[in-house]
Design a protein around this ligand. Structure first.
Ligand code: CP3
Length: 340
């Protein structure tokens, strides 16, 4: 599998490429299936339909890997929290965790109730071509507990950060509980058939450096070590978004570091390129223009040609990107990296 080889820094005939959020609203085919499902959560819980939308970007755009269609928030959902996706607002929990008492309300063994995810993986792996990889994923414990505590997206993170500075033991207790679920959840995804796993730490940049390592990276590393010790053949991708200034202290037992678009690839290469394959990092809005896309693909290729690299965006693709441009990006990466 070219994608898995690239994750392990083995030679490949071209540089593989995929896009974060590649199964989603920019594809009319996705919108049609979501409409049939009724809403987003129903779609996540319907293995047949979730498998269908997972495979769409492989068939339509030609990416080298499929990413499981689901959401990071199915973990708190199955820990017993009340999750709704509200129009124009995104995810909302009506019963956020703010106290020790709230924490005690969480149900154990969430990984055992996420069977619809494992069923989806089995269907995808049956239908996906043998040379294409299937990426499983989880949210990082920190990003998950931010949603669980805040109850919704936030600009200031004031509720969770107040707890960090006033009741750090409570935050660590919640992180511990979520970390255990995350380990077992990834393990079950691997047993069901994913070839690679990615840990999304979307809210990494909310924390100052020492607190980032204490409340997020250490837990991500613990998850990675656990998975590596049991499944050394499964590549692990870490994607902490927005911590370009903390790269000096990044270490751990993983294979690929996902570089967000705000971190210059040359800087990531200098700090991490000898130890990890780098994934990324085109600014997603470049997809609005073919010229802007071409300029970036060429420059990333120049920067990374003597290092392990997987092409991707530096965060998720946006819903109003023309499908044609996404396809142009993927074709161009294949063409340029194959030719040279
Ligand atoms: O294609 C893929 O990447 C696979 C599927 C995937 C989704 N969410 C589907 C989705 C993945 C990997 C995620 C991860 C996820 N979910 C993250 C981490 C990645 C990141 O972008 O930083 C986060 C923070 C979430 C939480 C979440 N889910 C939010 C904030 C939202 C609303 C976002 C928005 O743009 O409206 C979601 C909903 C969601 N998850 C959608 C999709 C396709 C849109 C739902 C819809 O169809 O309306």
């Amino acid at each position: 599998m070219i994608f898995v080889d690239a994750c392990f820094n083995k030679p490949t005939p071209y540089t593989p490429v995929w896009m974060m959020r590649q199964a989603g609203r920019y594809l009319p085919e996705y919108m049609a299936v979501r409409q049939e499902a009724g809403d987003f959560l129903n779609l996540c819980k319907d293995p047949e339909k979730a498998a269908e939308v997972t495979l769409q970007p492989v068939d339509i755009i030609g990416v080298d890997a499929a990413i499981l269609f689901s959401d990071i928030l199915v973990i708190p959902l199955e820990m017993g929290m009340d999750l709704k996706f509200e129009k124009g607002e995104g995810p909302v929990f009506s019963d956020p965790i703010r106290t020790q008492k709230d924490l005690e309300r969480l149900k154990p063994n969430a990984h055992e109730r996420l069977t619809y995810v494992y069923d989806t993986i089995k269907i995808i792996r049956e239908r996906l071509a043998d040379d294409k990889a299937l990426i499983g994923f989880t949210g990082a414990p920190w990003t998950l507990i931010t949603y669980m505590i805040e109850g919704r997206g936030t600009k200031t993170y004031n509720i969770v950060k107040k707890l960090i500075y006033t009741e750090p033991e409570l935050v660590h207790a919640l992180l511990r509980e979520v970390t255990e679920v995350v380990k077992l959840y990834l393990e079950k995804q691997i047993e069901a058939g994913v070839d690679v796993v990615q840990i999304f730490d979307s809210w990494a940049a909310a924390l100052e450096k020492p607190k980032y390592f204490e409340f997020s990276w250490n837990y991500m590393k613990e998850v990675a070590s656990y998975i590596k010790s049991k499944y050394p053949h499964i590549p692990i991708i870490m994607f902490p978004k927005g911590i370009g200034a903390y790269l000096d202290d990044i270490d751990g037992d993983f294979d690929v570091f996902g570089v967000d678009w705000g971190t210059p690839m040359a800087l990531a290469k200098e700090k991490l390129g000898d130890r990890y394959v780098l994934q990324g990092n085109m600014e997603p809005c470049r997809l609005y223009s073919k010229e802007a896309t071409k300029e970036c693909v060429e420059s990333l290729y120049e920067t990374m040609q003597n290092r392990g690299h997987i092409f991707n965006l530096g965060h998720g693709i946006l819903p109003d990107v023309p499908v044609e441009n996404a396809k142009y990006f993927v074709d161009l990466v294949h063409r340029i990296t194959r030719e040279k």
